[in-house]
Design a protein around this ligand. Sequence first.
Ligand code: ZN
Length: 92
Amino acid sequence: MIFIIGFGHEKIKNIGPLKERKCERCNNLKFWMLQKRQLWVTLFFLPIFPSYTEYRMSCTICGEFIRMSKEEFIVAEPMAIENQKLVNTFNN
Ligand SMILES: [Zn+2]
């Protein structure tokens, strides 16, 4: 039997807007998105488990990002989720 194993299947999960910040790359003052980026090991092209996890917040205009520690992410996550709920409420 041949196993087809792959690496580096990328998934980026947007948690929610975190805080307003001026981007050094595109100069826009916008809410930055809290994100979890993971690279997954795949078996027969299906993601099985993450091999790498990166926590970050990202400029929604140009994609510039700042890496965060897992501890910072855990603290920021509930706020980003609440902010996302507010955005959803206003958009409905
Ligand atoms: Zn930007």
